[in-house]
Design a binder for this molecule. Structure first.
Ligand code: PXP
Length: 254
């Protein structure tokens, strides 16, 4: 079964717009995480950015205590955040690139260019019982490097696919890249997640990508929640994810 991790950063973004620097504030991302779990989400994802623009340290500690599913901590491979992860012990960390100016995580991690540093963090995380996922573009060189450094998972960046979704030939080209990357990751012994920019409209075609275990989805769920409530928004996405077979169908038929 294809699992859903709900990214709750966007709930914290709304809180910080009004309550930055305060001990309290609404909406509470922890309460949101619990509602997502109640609605059937299989995990909760939160990104503790170096600039603390949305999720802040106390959220991570509170999430670790409160949630009953898996905690996926998205993070840059920076010394400060690595120490926080080791102390908090999420179930898994997803290493992402971070730029201060970006609105959201824009591109995948350059695993090829940072093999030594990633290997060291992987060793420390795994030594503490924390699995590691690397957020990468569907690029063969990055997938191969992810296997070389010994990551347990990759998360395929679906942002480029989501961006060209309404242009059929470009969309199919991006889907083909995702299919090829998932196949080669699987052959190399990596487990495969995916995420970024996914919504109810562009999700059905993702079913052609084989070997997926989990999708991480945030913005479209929280946006939809404004109109139908968070539990319904999660249930709607889960419904679209139903029937994922995990075997590659033809991209041309999509
Ligand atoms: N996966 C990763 C690694 C991300 O950085 C993000 C965005 O924070 C997501 C998934 C979720 O993306 P979206 O909010 O567009 O659904």
């Amino acid at each position: 079964m294809l699992k859903l991790g709900v990214n709750i950063d966007h709930v914290a973004t709304l809180r910080q717009a009004r309550y930055r620097g305060m001990e309290r504030g609404e909406p509470d991302p922890i309460a949101a995480a619990l509602l997502c779990e109640q609605a059937g989400a299989h995990g909760i994802t939160a990104h503790l950015r170096e600039d603390r623009r949305h999720i802040i340290d106390r959220d991570i500690a509170a999430l670790r205590k409160a949630i009953r599913t898996r905690l996926n901590l998205e993070m840059a491979n920076s010394p400060e955040i690595v120490e926080i992860a080791l102390a908090t012990r999420p179930d898994i960390v997803c290493l992402v690139p971070e730029k201060r100016e970006e609105i959201s995580t824009e591109g995948g991690l350059d695993v090829v260019g940072q093999e030594a540093a990633l290997r060291d963090t992987l060793r420390r995380m795994n030594g503490s019982g924390i699995e590691v996922s690397l957020f990468v573009d569907p690029d063969p060189a990055q997938v191969e490097a992810s296997a070389r450094v010994g990551a347990q998972f990759i998360e395929l960046h679906t942002g480029a696919y989501a961006e060209v979704f309404h242009q059929k030939s470009e969309r199919n080209r991006q889907l083909q890249r995702l299919v090829a990357a998932a196949e080669s990751a699987h052959r190399a012994g990596l487990r495969v997640n995916a995420g970024h920019g996914l919504n109810r409209e562009n999700l059905p075609l993702i079913h052609v990508v084989p070997h997926l275990e989990e999708l991480n989805i945030g913005h479209s769920i929280i946006s939809r929640a404004v109109f139908v409530g968070l539990e319904n928004a999660v249930k709607e996405i889960l419904q679209v994810m139903e029937g994922y077979g995990g075997a590659s169908r033809s991209v041309a038929a999509s």
